[in-house]
Design a protein around this ligand. Structure first.
Ligand SMILES: Nc1nc2c(ncn2[C@@H]2O[C@H](COP(=O)(O)OP(=O)(O)OP(=O)(O)O)[C@@H](O)[C@H]2O)c(=O)[nH]1
Length: 301
């Protein structure tokens, strides 16, 4: 074993809902990316940094892959491809409890076309959901769809082999000194992380039609007037239609109030300060198709 220090970049790819965000959180050990029961909730590349004595692995969380339908969809595609060409190692996620399907195969093909020489580790996720014989069958099925540098089963929920996966990823990154100071966990701006907390809280228990047409934006964080030690966070939830606004608000604004309460606790933890959350819902018609709105919401590549 070499005692030289390694530093480099990695990412997880896989179709929506395969457990990429949960795995990232397990690996980094702090909640920095949003997870949700609904697909396609991760909309931007977020870097988590795992610093160990022997290595520093910077992980970029890639958005869910899906067929581009709107401008937003197309931009996600570009982001994903840029990520693939910049990283040293890619983890391709397949859940243990679902049959490998056309969506998985399409990503495997795109990896072959777009990822060049970047080594790909095949990761069977959510192993806690299946029996051993099902897991073995899935590992064998995965082996057949493309060549992998390694194949490994993991469960982020049961903390099974998460560290082993990290060790494996580190073997593929170059010998290099640390690229980031020890304390840094993510270099995402705090506004973005807060917006993601709000977005996640809004999606929690929301109806099926919401995930694709919801965005959150933090416009300002200011000291609260007359309340020393307290901050005001100004945030807006963007929806596409009046009907969606009604869903987000809930009866008499009840749902929005609950979203505010649950987000505030997390935001206070993140900022280390008491927070007043000034939260509004706005209809921005067809925001997914409007480049100006996309830029405003931080989707500019
Ligand atoms: N039982 C179990 N559930 C898991 C595990 N990992 C993730 N999940 C669940 O699977 C669902 C999807 O997980 P995510 O991490 O959001 O998946 P993703 O691939 O990042 O999804 P997108 O952001 O849509 O691309 C969530 O409900 C998770 O709680 C696991 O190891 N075990």
């Amino acid at each position: 074993m070499s005692s030289e220090h390694r530093s480099g970049f990695g990412c997880f790819v896989g179709r929506p809902n395969t457990g990429k965000s949960t795995l990232l959180n397990a690996v980094v050990g702090q909640k920095i990316a949003i997870t949700s029961d609904k697909p396609q909730t991760t909309r931007r590349a977020i870097r988590g940094i795992v610093t160990r004595e022997d290595s520093q692995l910077i992980i970029v969380d890639t958005p869910g892959m899906h067929r581009p339908r709107t401008l937003l969809g197309e931009r996600l595609g570009e982001v994903v491809r840029t990520v693939w060409s910049e990283v040293d190692v890619i983890g391709f996620t397949i859940p243990a409890n679902e049959k490998i399907g056309p969506g998985d195969r399409r990503i495997a093909e795109e990896l072959t076309e777009q990822a060049g020489k970047t080594p790909v580790i095949g990761i069977v996720t959510k192993t806690d959901l299946v029996k051993p014989e099902q897991l073995v069958a899935q590992l064998m099925a995965l082996e057949r769809i493309r060549p992998f540098a390694d194949i490994i089963p993991v469960s982020a929920k049961a903390d099974f082999q998460v560290q082993t996966l990290l060790d494996l990823m580190v073997t593929h990154i170059p010998v290099s000194p640390r690229l980031y100071p020890d304390a840094e966990v993510t270099d995402e701006p705090v506004e973005t992380r807060i917006a993601e907390i709000i977005r996640e809280a809004t999606l929690d228990g929301a109806r099926e039609e919401l995930p694709h047409s919801l965005a959150a934006l933090v416009s300002e964080i200011l000291p609260r007037e007359g309340k020393p030690g307290m901050l005001t966070v100004f945030a807006t939830i963007y929806v596409e239609r009046e009907s969606q606004k009604a869903i987000v608000l809930g009866k008499g604004g009840e749902k929005l109030a609950a979203v505010g309460r649950s987000s505030r606790t997390q935001i206070e933890e993140l900022l280390g300060s008491r927070v007043y959350l000034d939260l509004h819902v706005t209809v921005a018609k067809e925001w997914q198709r409007d480049p100006k709105q996309l830029r405003k919401l931080g989707f500019d590549a």
